[in-house]
Design a binder for this molecule. Structure first.
Ligand SMILES: NC(=O)c1ccc[n+]([C@@H]2O[C@H](COP(=O)([O-])OP(=O)(O)OC[C@H]3O[C@@H](n4cnc5c(N)ncnc54)[C@H](O)[C@@H]3O)[C@@H](O)[C@H]2O)c1
Length: 383
């Protein structure tokens, strides 16, 4: 039977992007755990969501939560001295865990056990075991857990994944990733083991791992040989004396990681160094390779137009992929919205723990291998 012209044309049109309606009848009751620096971005984004009401917040520092919500004009918020008190007193739908890394696990597990959906800031945890414990609680609760990697929503990051998934590179066999800053050691809670657990490795290393691992479908990490150092953070020459004296995490990390499928991952990340960048991200495939320029302040973004290297009709050619402008809401709003939409649709999680577990296994493996001074096997406990 002959098809109508419309039916023929429709075959060549992409299906409309699935748009999930915002449920405005019921408002999500949201709590914020940890009212430090990143909590600001969470609150500003939640305020942009018509179906959200921020009803509670908690911080260990007396008066901090109260002052925070007042500063951001969020009224009628019940404030608590820690996450335990908040979870015990409130009936919440969701929480953002915005605490420093060492309390990510306890806050997330306690919230999941209370039956609350969780948006957890990156890095997922400090250790692999904590990530496993979180996933066990997630499985038992049946709640949504999403990890806060907002670069996932950047059109340029998505383009990297599209290029790999389209088969443009062929089989990928070698990846170099990482980046860093010439001088860019944060202070506050980021530089001590008791609060951050790990340094540059966790803070910005998790982003550059996610950039490439998400693109290639998160293969399982098998072995790692890692190195960490702290020359800049501990130095009175490069750090303020009050920071140098309490600095006890890494400010540089490097590793050689073997992934399932025979893929090699060469990684380095720096909060400080005598160099502009330790290198661009490169993804080498049997058909083509991709170069992703580094930024001078590694923050989970693409530093310039990417370049594709391949051979066409016997000629070695290079194709520049211009920077794609992000449209619509900002990346943080997209991160928050995707979490809320996943709750509404009962999953899947936009940034699932099942993927980030491997990111965490690598961070944990680098830290342990560096301490032992030798290559180690990565063993992922049963969940
Ligand atoms: N996605 C991003 O772009 C981004 C950017 C910066 C930081 N982060 C991440 O966000 C997290 C927080 O970073 P920050 O700069 O806001 O840290 P911060 O130290 O400024 O704030 C953390 C707050 O959590 C509170 N806290 C800790 N444990 C608590 C508990 N059990 N109950 C209640 N409050 C508790 C602390 O008192 C502190 O005020 C870190 O894991 C960091 O890696 C993400």
């Amino acid at each position: 039977m002959a098809q109508s012209a419309d039916a023929v044309l429709n075959q060549f049109q992409k299906p409309e992007a699935e748009t999930k309606p915002v449920q405005t009848g019921k408002k999500f009751k949201v709590g914020i755990i940890g009212t430090g620096w990143i909590a600001e971005s969470h609150v500003l984004s939640y305020k942009n969501m018509p179906d959200v009401e921020i009803v509670a917040g908690a911080d260990l520092i007396p008066g901090k939560a109260e002052a925070f919500f007042e500063a951001y004009g969020v009224e009628n918020v019940h404030c608590y001295p820690d996450h335990t008190a908040m979870l015990a007193s409130e009936e919440l739908d969701a929480v953002s865990v915005c605490t420093y890394n060492t309390t990510h696990a306890v806050c997330t597990i306690d919230a999941l056990k209370k039956g609350v959906h969780v948006l957890l800031e990156k890095p997922m945890t400090v250790t692999l075991q904590e990530a496993v414990d979180i996933m066990k609680a997630e499985k038992e609760s049946g709640k949504i857990l999403s990890i806060g990697f907002q670069p996932r929503f950047d059109a340029n990051m998505q383009m990297i994944k599209k290029i790999v998934e389209a088969g443009t590179l062929g089989d990928v066999y070698y990846i170099q990733t990482g980046g860093g800053r010439r001088r860019g050691i944060p202070n506050s809670t980021f530089i001590e083991k008791k609060t951050a657990g790990i340094g540059a490795l966790g803070d910005i290393g998790c982003y550059s791992l996610d950039m490439v691992l998400n693109a290639i479908g998160y293969p399982k990490p098998l072995t790692v040989s890692g190195y960490t150092s702290d020359f800049f953070g501990k130095s009175m020459e490069y750090s303020l004396p009050e920071n140098a004296s309490r600095f006890n995490v890494d400010d540089f990390a490097a590793a050689f990681i073997r992934l399932d499928g025979g893929i090699i991952l060469d990684f380095r990340i720096a909060w400080a160094m005598h160099l502009d960048t330790p290198g661009d991200t490169i993804i080498m495939g049997k058909k083509a390779s991709l170069r992703i320029p580094s930024t001078d302040c590694w923050n989970g973004s693409v530093g310039g137009p990417m370049k594709l290297y391949q051979e066409i009709a016997g000629e070695q050619v290079e194709t520049v992929i211009p920077i794609i402008e992000n449209k619509g809401p900002g990346l943080f709003d997209k991160k928050i919205r995707s979490f809320l939409d996943a709750i509404l649709s009962n999953g899947p999680s936009p940034v699932p723990s099942s993927q980030i577990l491997y990111n965490q296994a690598i961070l944990d493996g680098i830290a342990r291998s560096a301490e032992l001074g030798r290559e180690i096997e990565i063993e992922i406990p049963e969940i």
